[in-house]
Design a protein around this ligand. Sequence first.
Ligand SMILES: [Zn+2]
Ligand SMILES: [Zn+2]
Length: 423
Amino acid sequence: MNTPRHSRPKGTLDFVPPVADELRHLEYVAARLSTRFGFREIVTPVFEHTDVFTKSSGDASDIVTKEMYSFKDRGERDLTLRPEGTPGVVRAVLENRLRIPVRLYYFGPYFRFGRPQKGRFREFRQYGVEAIGEASPYVDAEIVLLGDEFFRTLGISDCTTELNSIGCRACRPGYRKELVAFLYAHKDELCEDCRERMDRNPLRVFDCKNEGCREVVADAPKTAGHLCDDCADHYDGVKRALDRMKVSYGINDRLVRGLDYYNRTVFEYISSRLGAQDSLGGGGRYDYLVEDLGGPPTPSSGFALGIDRTMMAMPEKPPLPEGTQPPRESLAYVVWMGEEELKHAVELAAKLRAEGVATRVDFDAARPKRQFRSADAAGAACCVIVGPDELAKGVYSLKDLATGEQEEVPVNMIVPRVRALFR
Ligand SMILES: [Zn+2]
Ligand SMILES: [Zn+2]
């Protein structure tokens, strides 16, 4: 085979069979669990007007400043490939005047022009849920629980949850001031990126992977110590609710999450299965976002989980609980001898498919021997042979490709016999 002339763009993935089946499977598990918690699916465009993201992420956010795929279309409109799910969902809720509160989930591709590295892609898939219009700490806890169940269902048993509260409009400015003062005092020990972030978005310094920066922030003032009474109560409520739901979690008072619109509860799922301790996803409360996008004040909470990372963290054969396995398609091949039998083969294929049996016919190979080879290459479970002798007798020959055994089956018995062979 020749070397292909094209290669996929940097930071993207191909899902070839059977990996694409795994992806479908994850979507299936996500849909089932979400539905169980009262979330319904929403599908929004892959691109939005750019200001949907600039209004929501805040101009200071790194995603907006550096990582978005933004472009002008042929009508001179400013558009952006969605870098995350939440703003588009909120936009759609407002535009379609959905009754609030509303619980929605989504599953699809997202785009960020980041530096590709292990588990980080420029096109990546996310599974997200949004509870729009719900304020209770119990809602945050239920969302944490849902993500926790998702990873456990997929066999990622070492997944742990980290939790923090980053306050609200009332208490964050005071905290921010104190943090900026602290960072200025340690300016020389910070990396260039962090010195730049210090005024624009000082909380992001907590996300920096630089060793020197990590040492500095270890002693920095923490959000949890600066919460107003309402935020402190809400935070206690989330912890109590998680205890009642028997979700284990750890407190990480350096956790801030990358996006500007979060307030109060933030959380992240960590697994060591990606090599280093790394995040599989996370979320939090975003009580101001709906307002920022032109809606009424609407307390909201959600998560977004990295599907590509989840697939990397999954054990080889996840122990799937009853009812979450997608149906496995076994394949039957109809083998024909000559033009006359080909006509019959086409009818037989239609009949098998109508009965739910995945069926192929090799139309290109006139010789049965080549057709058998195609069946093997496609991983078929059996061949149904249509020859002149068979047609004269009113039977088909059914060949089990796993054992090589062959038997004659009356025409009207072929569907149940093929099915039995699949099992
Ligand atoms: Zn507060
Ligand atoms: Zn830094």
